[in-house]
Structure formats: structure tokens, C-alpha cells
Design a protein around this ligand. Sequence first.
Ligand SMILES: C[S@@+](CC[C@H](N)C(=O)[O-])C[C@H]1O[C@@H](n2cnc3c(N)ncnc32)[C@H](O)[C@@H]1O
Length: 240
Amino acid sequence: MSKTSLSQPSSASLSQEGLHALIHRELETEQKTNPMSYMKFANAKGRPYQSYERIGFEGLRWSVEKRIREYGLERYFQPESVVLDIGSNYGFFVTEFALHVKAAHGVEPVPELCRIGEYTADYLGVRDKVRFFAQKFEDFQAPCLYDTVFTLASFFTSDKNQRSSAELFFGKIRDILKPGGQLFYESTSFQYRPEQEDYQHYVHALEAARVLEELFTVDDRYEAPSGPENHRLFMRCRKV
Ligand SMILES: C[S@@+](CC[C@H](N)C(=O)[O-])C[C@H]1O[C@@H](n2cnc3c(N)ncnc32)[C@H](O)[C@@H]1O
């Protein structure tokens, strides 16, 4: 983890069981230290957030592999690309991308979650291709320009830790993309009607879309169901 790198034992020779033990140790600490841990949210019912088939790890979201397939993210598997995942959570998109691209970075303010990403990268043999930055995206100083940036449910987060304006958030993404670089946006989960609990997430998804249409060339835009009552907005954008 670049910013708050802590000296931790290498997990290079770990079994999958050993990796899970390290992950659960970090998640236990995270639940104690992070009042807004996603594992404490009512809908989580104590389950971890991300899932990753490659390491046999189950969480509440579809697996990273299934999300990559459903969202068509294989198009970003380019051997010479450097990619950034904003709000990288357990780092499972970062490690999966590291298997297919030149380098993959994650920015994630919760240090325990960055450590999970580092352990997983060690386990998968891609540690030299990944970097985690334990800070908010707003404070992140990009060490390079990126070919691809992912913001998956990391704008207007439910943990309330991302609250800068859409202009600032997506403007900064534009600044750190190479010319022709690509952005994939997934909104947080929303509901359409003002009286519903997740309506504000709809308002902010629409605001994100407005700014993205202004700042980027939009190649695709669609909405899809998310659970029984909610939806998400997805946009595939290019810096011209
Ligand atoms: C809803 S989760 C989504 C995780 C992951 N992107 C995914 O879709 O599987 C939101 C993540 O963004 C992180 N986050 C919250 N505020 C952030 C900020 N200001 N900058 C970067 N990440 C942030 C949270 O800690 C959490 O891991």
C-alpha cells in the first residue's frame, strides 16, 4: 500500500485457507475501527462486500468475474494498459485486472481493505503489478496517467465518505486519464421515487450522468436492476 504501507508478512506461499484467514482478520479489525463498514449495513447481514471466485471468497455482490462479464469489462484487458480502480474495496478488481494488464492501481481510504488487496495480489503472484493507495480519491496524487479508470459504486457512496461534487470527481478522473483513455462508471444502487430510501442515489446518478456527458464522449449508457427493488446506471466514456 503506497501511502500507509505497513510491514506485513508475505502471503506468497499461502494456501487459499490461509489467505481467507488473513482476509477475515482484516475484516474483523475493519468492523471494529470503521463505523461505516459495509458489513454493518442492514442489507449486508454481516456478509463481506466483494466476492471473488478465483480465491473462493463469497460476499454480498456478484463475483468480480461475473461483474466483469456482465459489464463487458474484458474489453479493458489490454496487456499494455495501466488501470485505476477508485474505491477498490478488497482490491479484487485490481488483482483480477493485474492478471491481464501491465499494472493495476487501487485507491481506497480503508487501510484494512487495501491490505486484503495486497495479500490477494501476493497469493495470485501479481504483487509487482499492483499498488494500493490508502486514501480518498479526493486526496490521491496519481503517479501516472491511466489508460482506464473504473468508478464502481464509488461516487456518492452509501458510507458517506465520498461527497465531493460530480464536477470535481469526474473532472479529476478526466485529468488523470491519457488522451483517448476510458472511464467505466457504475452508480450506487438507487430507487426512482422521492419517498424511497435510496432516491438520493438516483439524484446523484443523474448528476454524474450530466457531468459525464459534458466532460467525455459517452459510448454507452444504460440502467439495470440491482436486487429486487433497486437499479444502477452504467456509463462507458472516453476522453477525447
Ligand atoms: C459501495 S463500495 C464499492 C466497492 C467496489 N468499487 C465495488 O464496486 O465492488 C464503495 C467503496 O468506495 C470506498 N470509498 C468511500 N469513499 C471514498 C472516497 N472518497 N474515495 C475513494 N474511495 C472511497 C469505500 O471505502 C468502499 O470500499
